[in-house]
Design a protein around this ligand. Structure first.
Ligand SMILES: Cc1cc2nc3c(=O)[nH]c(=O)nc-3n(C[C@H](O)[C@H](O)[C@H](O)COP(=O)(O)OP(=O)(O)OC[C@H]3O[C@@H](n4cnc5c(N)ncnc54)[C@H](O)[C@@H]3O)c2cc1C
Length: 504
């Protein structure tokens, strides 16, 4: 192996090579730099500062245990990494150290068609997993927009949200149990209480949730048992246009409360999102200017149920004054949900088309507060855009946010185009201030800072204690207890505060 980087901890490299072999211990500059890359906006001039010193590619739980024990003994930071599509920098090292790139832990261990579970090494993505499950007539329905590229273990790390959650639940509902390597190297089986296929138990505390959404700060998931569902026989998406945001906002409620078990999601696009679609998506160009908001709905299930849902949803659309946008637009737009934001898009700056990439901020907000949050977020974004040509406003949407139902709070997202090549210290500062201001609005509205990505980045992480109150103090105690040496993804979620008395 060629040592090309002077900062590498040579003792750690030598021990890691003993465990993994030289080809699975990466110290080359490009191998390290690529593992500092995430899709969240990034000031390029700082890239090299964020690279790990070593990246490792384990294939088994025993190898992960050996890596974690070594890191704990030598007090080297360790960062779990899956698909690296997380939008909150979770998989980016804040303190260098070792990135544990888990992508080779992608085996399907058991497909159980009697008790309807699948047990996997969790670094497989949902697309590949479902290809394996298809011959059995079952599927794992986690469906983020990043479906083909994010990985089950990263979904566990963020506790992510699914586009089909109102019908099939979200990650927290569909991971039944896990094997986790704790920061000290111990292996913990964590689930609903009992065996790894038990979905409901009333014994003890519900600890499973602690290990879903911790952003790699409490351990590394090395195995997971997941829920299976019958593959849907039919799906029905429908898009309805309204002449104002208010009309679309009012129409959402009857759709959300339609009493349809097949309802997978309801989405409201605001007028700025419609403007953006009309500008950048040719399917929307023929739509009349009077179209100011869109409500999109989707139903999944058996053929008979979906046929009945179709009739009811079309009736609600008509009764609320919605204009059905037609089969072609409805089906194609729904089908593009996995790739809409994946490619860099062109944005606008001072009426010029420039190369921008997509970024978003999200929050969980109750229905009653959506108009307030929408107005304030746009005001804030537009103020920064007026001063900084690197930003563009790509509109907002509001999406059902709860498992197995259409009501409750909503995932609110504002999409911002960023001309990343031009992001310098000044505009980076502006971006984090923008985030902080819109995060404060979410808290003012009684909401949560994030509905699905987590809140570990500069600009929002500072407000986490304000949202969580006493729960944040408990987080600090738990972190200190499980990770006495602060080696597991340190620097995230202000958890360093757990060690501020100098011990540990
Ligand atoms: C175009 C696009 C669309 C998106 N749409 C959605 C969406 O609809 N819904 C949604 O929820 N998210 C969405 N995301 C965000 C992203 O896909 C999710 O955050 C995803 O859950 C992260 O998965 P990943 O495999 O990329 O994990 P990574 O980004 O690699 O890691 C995410 C976090 O998990 C931790 N982690 C990784 N592996 C492990 C492990 N084995 N054990 C413990 N912790 C671990 C990491 O340290 C990190 O903190 C989108 C992202 C993009 C780029």
């Amino acid at each position: 192996m060629t040592m090309t980087y002077e900062g590498v901890n040579r003792q750690a490299v030598a021990e890691l090579v003993d465990v993994l072999g030289a080809e699975r211990v990466v110290v080359t500059p490009q191998g390290r730099l690529i593992r500092a890359m995430v899709p969240a906006p990034f000031p390029f001039h700082r890239w090299a500062d964020e690279a790990p010193e070593i990246a490792v590619l384990p294939e088994t739980t025993d190898e992960v245990v050996a890596i974690v024990k070594l890191a704990n003994r030598l007090r080297i930071p360790i960062v779990p990494r899956a698909g690296a599509t997380g939008l909150n920098d979770g998989a980016k090292p804040n303190r260098g150290g070792i990135v544990v790139d888990t992508k080779r832990m992608n085996k399907v261990l058991e497909i159980d068609t009697t008790d309807w579970t699948v047990t996997i090494q969790p670094s497989i993505n949902m697309l590949k997993l479902n290809e394996r499950l298809a011959p059995y007539g079952v599927w794992y329905p986690d469906d983020p927009a990043s479906y083909p590229v994010s990985i089950v273990s990263g979904r566990i790390g963020t506790g992510g949200w699914s586009l089909l959650g109102s019908r099939y639940g979200h990650v927290r509902d569909n991971v039944i149990s896990m094997e986790v390597v704790l920061p000290t190297g111990e292996v913990l089986e964590v689930g609903q209480g009992g065996g790894r296929k038990i979905r409901h138990s009333s014994t003890g505390y519900r600890l499973k949730d602690l290990f879903l959404g911790h952003q790699g700060t409490l351990g590394i998931a090395t195995q997971a048992t997941l829920e299976l569902y019958p593959r849907p026989e039919a799906e029905f998406p429908a898009f309805f246009g309204y002449e104002s945001f208010d009309a679309g906002y009012r129409a959402m409620q009857p759709f959300c409360r339609s009493n349809l078990a097949t309802l997978a999601g309801v989405i409201l696009f605001d007028e700025r999102k419609v403007q953006y679609l009309r500008r950048d998506d040719e399917a929307y160009i023929p739509e009349p200017e009077s179209l100011q908001s869109i409500v999109a709905v989707a139903a999944y299930g058996s053929e008979g149920e979906v046929a009945a849902a179709r009739d009811r949803l079309m009736r609600i659309g008509a009764e609320t004054g919605g204009r059905y946008l037609g089969e072609e637009l409805s089906e194609l737009d729904w089908a593009s949900r996995h790739d809409r934001y994946a490619t860099p898009l062109h944005g606008r700056s001072r009426d010029r088309a420039v190369h921008m990439s997509w970024h978003c901020e999200d929050a969980a907000i109750t229905y009653s507060q959506l108009p307030f949050v929408k107005q304030r977020w746009h005001e804030i974004a537009d103020r920064y855009i007026a001063e900084h040509e690197v930003f563009d406003n790509w509109g907002m949407f509001f999406y059902t946010n709860n498992a197995y139902k259409g009501w409750g709070d909503f995932l609110v997202e504002i999409d911002i185009g960023i001309w990343e090549q031009r992001l310098d210290e000044d505009s980076w500062r502006a971006w984090t201030n923008l985030k902080r201001e819109i995060t404060q609005v979410s808290l003012d509205a009684g909401g949560s800072i994030s509905a699905c990505h987590g809140a570990t980045r500069e600009g929002e992480v500072e407000l986490v204690p304000a949202e969580l109150g006493g729960q944040f103090d408990l987080m600090l105690k738990l972190k200190r207890m499980l990770d006495p040496n602060n080696i597991m993804n340190p620097g995230k979620y202000l958890l360093d505060q757990a060690y501020e008395d100098g011990e540990g």
